[in-house]
Write a protein that binds this ligand. Structure first.
Ligand code: AMP
Ligand code: ZN
Length: 110
């Protein structure tokens, strides 16, 4: 979608620090990491909310999260997967994306 930051990254118009990519998603490092490991798993198809994703897209993203955790060395220590949805969650970018956070103990749930 035009003027969407994540669509522009996926199209290669803007740079990113890519971790892995499949036909359904691109995973790249968050530019302002909130944890020692912070990766965004971004579906290639522009949808605003995760419930608009197709089962094969969400399935691929979840399988990918384990691979990313393995690549970045947090699979054994653990990590968090998180969708921010809407205003109260602080969603800044209206292109659904799954956060993978790890590398240190999380400080509470909310
Ligand atoms: P959310 O609040 O769930 O919408 O998360 C948006 C995330 O995108 C934030 O953690 C930002 O730090 C991150 N972000 C914003 N711009 C970029 C960018 N150009 N490359 C990588 N991550 C970004
Ligand atoms: Zn988009």
């Amino acid at each position: 979608m035009e003027n969407c930051l994540f669509c522009r990254i996926i199209e290669g118009e803007l740079p990113c620090e890519k971790v892995i990519e499949t036909s359904h998603y691109m995973a790249f490092k968050d530019i302002h990491p909130k944890a020692p490991v912070h990766v965004l798993i971004v579906p290639k198809r522009h949808v605003e909310r995760p419930e608009e994703l197709r089962p094969e897209e969400i399935g691929d993203m979840l399988v990918g999260s384990e691979e990313i955790a393995q690549i970045l060395g947090v699979k054994d220590t653990g990590y968090r997967l998180l969708f921010n949805i809407g205003k109260h969650a602080g969603q800044e970018i209206d292109h659904a994306h799954l956060h993978l956070l790890g590398g240190a103990p999380a400080k509470g749930m909310y």
